[in-house]
Design a protein around this ligand. Structure first.
Ligand SMILES: [Zn+2]
Length: 603
């Protein structure tokens, strides 16, 4: 095989390749064929040809989840018409042995061919989609892998629907619509956009970047490419190197939708198609670009130990999504600020907004950010009406943790170092030098190495604890203080969110420790009357206004067809609304830190 030529280079490489070759002793070849003859039916047909296995049987397995999106999605549920044949087209016996594995009794045949259809009609970044206008393939929901051959290289032949002339993917092309992959991980991690979409290009650091644009939108391609280039330049500057030789953005411009999913040398972004026309919408898109692009380092290469190599068959647990997603969220807005797309003042408002969001989520006092990471599979991705009371987002809180760490490091190093140095240190050490993921202890040690102080208490209180930080202790490093403008306000916290359902006022959420919570109002109650007045969707605000703390309301609800009278005590609204203010007479060091953080000379 072509790999052998590289053996002479070094003993290290030899040892590495020996391991790789040993685990793929059969030297099998794998070819996938992806067809879509009737896109309006939403069915992809997938062919897998495995040559050289010569085993009694081969198990073909469909992953249950898509890396980057921590939920078991059971992709096998969309598979139909599984068939297996030998090279002459004779049927081979096949049976399902569990929810996502098909066993093919190949009787040591040299060639095993399987074919199946996949229903693909969920247009999210983590699933696959096919209709009369385009196809989008997210590897783990389309391609089964023959078990034991995950390390094998292979080829993919795409057969686009008639008239579709463009295929965009991060895989290496070896001919028209033919691609190679070095192993299953990379195949699974390389989405395809197939259709008649536009492809734009720009170059950053000498590396070509393609932008595959599906769907109409009010973007100006020239301006967008220039601005995306600026974003990528500022992202690269954090770590200092770009470890890919090309990069692909797949963008879906939709009537509604949003989000992104990171891949090794590509990403898929979804945005509302008219988003580009407003300042905040445009900035939001660039922030999404920055987020997914920053994942190219943080999580795709610098990663928690549990996140690669992946087990595609079950949950992969880590308590570190606050680093992989939270610190990436910290960087998305910061990169957009560094690139100059948001003013320093607006940036400070965004940061204060994140802090407010964390502090006003009751679940922040219940769940630690490490627990939030670990339980993403059963909580973050499976929200219900009580989620705000029980959970905190590892994105938002992780982003706030990023700010605290950055401030702490800037303070202890007199503005010489920042969180950037931690990310560089971790990337060099764990991705480049050791070639493996890191543990929570190692993340902490990385921060300590840069900050030059113990982070024991920090991790105990804020990562593995639910204590609220004294924010001013941190932000004073930059000569800033957070002022709670709600502090002297006397307002009640009614705490029940409602919806208008056929004219009825239905309770959809009850916030922990609010008036509604204390008074025993339940989700799915219909609010009927307050203090003798009929409630409707227009007057509920009036019925609650002007109330005093401690006052008791008589609330009539209908619950499961029964009328109940509840006594609801009005409690004080404890929510915070922080805003940043400069301290008077900041020191030169405080100014230096603020200028460095906000990337501006004008403070
Ligand atoms: Zn992310």
């Amino acid at each position: 095989m072509h790999k052998l030529k590289q053996l002479k280079q070094s003993l290290f490489l030899f040892a590495l390749l020996f391991v790789v070759t040993a685990s793929t002793a059969f030297g099998a070849e794998i070819t996938y064929t992806l067809s879509m003859p009737e896109p309006h039916t939403h069915y992809f047909n997938v062919g897998v040809e495995l040559t050289g296995a010569k085993k009694k049987y081969v198990d073909f397995t469909m992953p249950v989840w898509a890396p980057g999106s921590y939920l078991v999605r059971e992709f096998a549920k969309n598979v139909e018409s599984f068939k297996a044949t030998d090279k002459n087209g004779n049927s081979l016996q096949a049976e399902k042995i569990d929810k996502n594995t098909w066993r093919v009794y190949s009787n040591r045949a040299d060639v095993v061919q399987v074919s199946y259809d996949v229903y693909a009609y969920e247009l999210s970044v983590r699933t696959s989609f096919l209709d009369a206008s385009h196809g989008y393939v997210n590897g783990t929901s389309i391609f089964m892998y023959p078990e034991g051959y995950e390390k094998e290289d292979g080829t993919v032949v795409v057969k686009p629907y008639e008239g579709w002339n463009t295929v965009s993917t991060g895989l290496k092309s070896t001919g028209k619509f033919n691609y190679t992959f070095p192993n299953y991980d990379i195949l699974a991690d390389s989405p395809f956009e197939i259709g008649t979409h536009e492809v734009y290009q720009f170059t950053t650091n000498g590396v070509p970047h393609e932008v595959a644009m599906y769907g109409e939108g009010n973007y100006d391609p020239e301006r967008l490419m220039a601005d995306m280039k600026k974003v990528t330049e500022n992202a690269i500057a954090v770590i200092g190197e770009l470890p890919v030789d090309r990069y692909l953005f797949i963008v879906h411009n939709l009537n509604r939708g949003g989000g992104g999913l990171e891949h090794l040398n590509s990403t898929t972004l979804q945005t509302t198609r008219w988003n580009y026309g407003t300042e905040s919408g445009y900035r939001g898109f660039l922030s999404l670009v920055a987020h997914e692009y920053f994942h190219l380092w943080n999580v795709k290469r610098l990663r928690p130990l549990a996140l690669g190599p992946f087990n595609y068959n079950e949950e992969n647990y880590t308590s570190l999504l606050w680093v992989s997603e939270g610190i990436t969220s910290y960087y998305d807005d910061l990169i957009v600020r560094r690139a100059g797309f948001v003013s320093p003042d607006n940036y400070l408002n965004i940061v204060a907004g994140s802090i407010n969001s964390v502090e006003n989520t009751p679940g922040n006092k219940i769940q630690t950010v490490a627990e939030s990471s670990f339980d993403a599979w059963i909580k973050y991705y499976r929200r219900n009406e009580n989620s705000n009371n029980a959970e905190v987002s590892y994105y938002t809180k992780g982003g706030v943790i990023g700010h605290l760490l950055n401030m702490e490091i800037m303070r202890t190093t007199a503005g010489e170092k920042s969180l950037d140095d931690v990310m560089r240190y971790m990337y060099e050490r764990y991705y480049k030098k050791l070639g493996r993921g890191y543990t929570e202890k190692e993340m902490k040690e990385g921060i300590e190495a840069v900050a030059g102080k113990s982070m024991d208490a920090f991790f105990q209180n804020y990562i593995n604890g639910t204590k609220s930080p004294n924010y001013n202790e941190y932000f004073s490093a930059a000569g800033l203080q957070l002022v709670n403008v709600n502090e002297n306000m006397v307002a009640i916290d009614w705490g029940a969110s409602t919806s208008d359902t056929d004219g009825k006022v239905m309770v959809r959420g009850v916030s922990r420790n609010s008036s509604a919570w204390e008074g025993g109002i339940n989700v799915n109650d219909e609010l009927v009357a307050i203090d003798g007045f009929r409630v409707d969707n227009n007057n509920i605000k009036n019925l609650l206004s002007g109330r005093a703390i401690g006052e008791k309301l008589e609330v009539v609800v209908a619950r499961d067809g029964k009328l109940l009278v509840l006594e609801v005590p009005m409690v004080k609204d404890q929510s915070v609304r922080y805003q940043f203010q400069r301290v008077s007479n900041p020191t030169e060091q405080q100014n230096k830190i603020l200028r460095k953080w906000l990337n501006t000379e004008s403070v």
